[in-house]
Every structure is written in structure tokens, then in C-alpha cells.
Design a protein around this ligand. Sequence first.
Ligand SMILES: [Zn+2]
Length: 301
Amino acid sequence: MKNKALKRLICGLLVLVASLPLFSFANNPSLKNKDTVASNGYKIKTIVVDAGHGGQHSGQGHFSPGASGSYSLERNVTLAIAFKLQKAIEKDMSGVRVVMTRSSDDDVAWQKRADIANENKGDLFISLHCNSLSPKRIHEVVGHKHNKPVYKTVEVPDRSGKGVLLLVYGFHRSREEEKAIKENLMEGDAEMNSNPDPNDPASMILMNEYKRKYRKQSIHLAELINSEFVETDGRRSEGIREQGVLVLCHSAMPAVLVETGYINNPDDEAYLNSEAGQDEIVASLVRALQNYKNEVESSAP
Ligand SMILES: [Zn+2]
């Protein structure tokens, strides 16, 4: 889209017609390409690699420093894996360009990440993160008063989380899921992680677009990534979950957020920080991306 006014107008029109099943984007070349997996001669040319979080506030939008382990930080691990993934894609997937949403420690607001993906006409969006569990709150006996125990609530680290988790954008969250997200941290960042604002037409249209065009493909790509992690690398997996991570739906393309491991679990932290672990993660991602690319391109007539 050339300018905001045009984008708004098109967004408004799309809202109006979103409920009409016979409406087709066939005459709009910018929307035609990624409409279905079996598009005419469609090729994956650009993969957006998104290293989660950042260390310095960019001065724009929301700042998200990420989780930490006992000696390492999520934002450093994600950037290291992102650089390796960039190199591996450029080496192993000929004709595919990689766009990085950040290449330094500076944080980039999630809206900006989605803008970078869209401006560069990304075909796929891969967001790299590390998972972490919030501390557990336990009641500890600290003494006795009148023969009754006196309790104090203390927080103890919860290092029990282990393995990978794949997130794709989801709209319908149950109260249990809301609660689990808050308790388990995950990408439990309130601003980045919520439902689109119903009063913002641009946001709503992006959500509808995602639902109509990219949800299935995102889930399929997540399945391919998950099976590489589990079957090739023998990683534990919590599977694929739909969660309201806005950057995934604002990037108008199939998008998967990869929780590469639990940074606050000692085994996972060692794996995530090792060359061998990072190389294994990257190799699995590249195999999954290659499989996805082959499927999409071979299904084109
Ligand atoms: Zn994260």
C-alpha cells in the first residue's frame, strides 16, 4: 500500500465484504499471491526472521527485554540463533532472501517488526523466542504463634519447563488459557499479547485477513517445525498453541513463533547457549522451511 489513507480505505472495504463468501481477491495482484497454498506459480522468496526482544529501548513503542536464565538472556540467544538461521537459509535455500527485524541489541517495537515484514513483502514470518516459567509461590512455615504455624508466601524459581513450543496467532482464548498465559509467562507480555482492538479497523481487518488466509498455513508450518524438533532432534515438545501474539497476525503472511527451549531450565539453557544446540535448532528450522517451500511450490500448477 502506498499510503495510509489508501490502506484505511481498503481496510474499510475489506471489513464490509469479509462476511461475503463469494468475494474474491482475484483482481487484486497484491492480495492474490499468498491467498492459498496452491496459488498460481507462487514462490517463497522472502523469509522474515524475527529475533525476539532486545536490550536497549529503541525509543519507539513498547520495550520488551525478554526472559533470563541463570547466566544468559533470551534476547541474546534469539539474536544468535537468528543470525545462524539467516546464514543457513541463504546458503541452503537458493533464491530466498532473509529479512531480519533486528540485527543489534536494540529492541524493536512489535508493530515495527510487523511493518518491516510487510514492507519487505515477506512470504513467511519466523519469530524466535525462549520460554520461561514464572516463579512458584509457596507458603512456608516461618514460626509458630499460640501453637499455630505462621506462614509466609515466598517465591521459588520454577525450572520444570523443558522443550519447545510453537505459537500461532489465535483469537479465541478461554479463561483457563488466559490464566495459564499469565501464570506461565510464555509471551505473557500484556501489550504484545492481546486481542486486536475492536475499535481499530486496521487491526480488525488484519485479524480477519489472517483468519481467512494465513491461519491454516501457519499451523501447517508449525507442524512441520515441531516434527523436526521432536523426530529428528528428540526434543520434548509442548506442541502447537494458538495465542494472541499480535505481531503474528499483523504480519500479513503465515507466521510462527518458535519457543526454542526454556531458558530458566538448566538443561535447556545449556543447549540454547551451545553452538551444537543452536546449530541443531537452525538445521531443523531450515528443513521444515524447505519442506514447506517444496509443498507450496509443487502444488502450484
Ligand atoms: Zn520471548
